[in-house]
Write a new protein. Structure first.
Length: 89
């Protein structure tokens, strides 16, 4: 199951993230959920000392930060490249 944090849902509802980008990410997450293969898309593990393993998925100038717990995908953040990496430093 693909689950989005409330902040991601709110940004999508307000139009802060273009609808086209949201659809691209959602389709990618559905594919990941079905296959479980992180090599399908441009996905990299985020380096750092975190409690869980976070990954980033790239689509155009946007990045999605997510983690996988059991078989569920939790999307933490979707935003432009410069915004996302400032949050994860």
């Amino acid at each position: 199951m693909v689950l989005y944090e409330k902040s991601v849902e709110k940004a999508a509802a307000k139009g802060d993230i273009p609808r086209r980008i949201i659809i691209l990410f959602h389709n990618a997450f559905l594919s990941l959920e079905l296959t479980g293969d992180l090599n399908l898309f441009d996905i990299k593990k985020i380096k750092g000392n975190y409690k869980r393993d976070y990954y980033r998925l790239r689509k155009a100038k946007y990045r999605a930060i997510f983690y996988i717990e059991e078989k569920d995908l939790f999307v933490v953040y979707i935003g432009k490249r410069d915004e996302v990496y400032d949050l994860w430093r």
